[in-house]
Design a protein around this ligand. Structure first.
Ligand SMILES: [Zn+2]
Length: 302
């Protein structure tokens, strides 16, 4: 039983990052992670408008370099609407790197940016700089952090990272991701049965670490799986989302849905993803709490 006697929880989260690689599937993953193209900007306004109409909050995990530009645009609008803004590093760095050569993204393309710093120092600078820019541009202190890429074991391979986040006032991290196997799993293109969805959902439930930081794992599949390697039609994605909401409700679980505006702008231009998930959640007699990660964490601790 969750807040307000709801039987399950739905978190609608979006990683605000790369876009110029998509929908051009033949190209490599674009590392200009903060660069948000016009099509994606328009789509963010559409997502915000839908959230207002449906009266649900969204959560944006923001690669902060996008905010170097003059107009914070759709993110400022989201803040005004009551949606949540959280930290996704400054440039989409690999936070598990212990060697500067493994930092990925920007640092793979421009390794001189590392300078004399250790990998840990670069990662720390990325998180602190993002935290500060989110505050300066949007006026909100982030309390949540999602690791770029997502890892089976989350950030626990880097204990200093949890310590840093707690020190910076963060309450939760979204770093675990049970879905890596799916990238290589034969047959996933055709669809995922309930047993597989439920197993991943059960493996993706929030918990609190001894240092007080909550972990809110990402549920699989994500739009990255289904529209990039698998090339699902939109209908199959929407049906799968609805099954995730159903399974969450039947088993009393948290569904932390992770999407990418740049991908959905190309593959779900009318933003049916949000409509379908919310409609399904609202069809449940005992209620599904559609909320943000920080509100979820606060309620757990109340
Ligand atoms: Zn990301």
């Amino acid at each position: 039983m969750f807040y307000n006697r709801c039987r399950s929880v739905l978190l609608l989260t979006f990683d605000h990052e790369m876009c110029t690689n998509f929908p051009y599937r033949s190209s490599v993953w674009d590392h200009r992670k903060g660069a948000i193209d016009g099509e994606t900007r328009q789509y963010l306004h559409l997502l915000n408008a839908q959230a207002r109409e449906l009266q649900v909050p969204l959560t944006y995990f923001v690669v902060a370099s996008a905010l170097e530009e003059l107009d914070p645009g759709a993110l400022a609008e989201a803040v005004r609407d009551g949606s949540e803004i959280a930290n996704h590093t400054y440039s989409h760095v690999n936070v598990t790197a212990t060697d500067p050569a493994d930092l990925r993204g920007l640092y793979a393309q421009q390794p001189w940016l590392v300078g004399q710093r250790s990998a840990q120092a670069v990662i720390q600078d990325e998180i602190v700089a993002a935290d500060q820019l989110l505050y300066r541009r949007l006026g909100c202190k982030a309390t949540g952090f999602r690791t770029p890429y997502g890892f089976t074991a989350g950030i626990r391979s880097q204990p200093w990272l949890g310590t840093l986040l707690v020190k910076l006032g963060y309450r939760y991290v979204s770093s675990r991701y049970a879905g890596w196997d799916l990238w290589h799993e034969a047959g996933a293109e055709a669809g995922l049965d309930d047993a597989r969805l439920l197993a991943d959902l059960r493996a993706s439930q929030p918990y609190q670490d001894p240092d007080g930081l909550w972990e809110l794992p990402i549920v699989t599949p994500t739009d990255c799986h289904v529209f990039r390697p698998w090339r699902w039609p939109l209908d199959r994605w929407l049906q799968t989302l609805c099954r995730l909401v159903d399974l969450g409700y039947e088993h009393g679980l948290v569904v932390d849905l992770c999407c990418h505006p740049a991908i959905l702008a190309a593959c779900d231009p009318a933003a049916e993803t949000v409509q379908a998930a919310v409609a399904r959640a609202r069809s449940k007699a005992d209620g599904v709490w559609i909320t943000t990660p920080s509100a979820f964490v606060l309620a757990q601790e109340a």
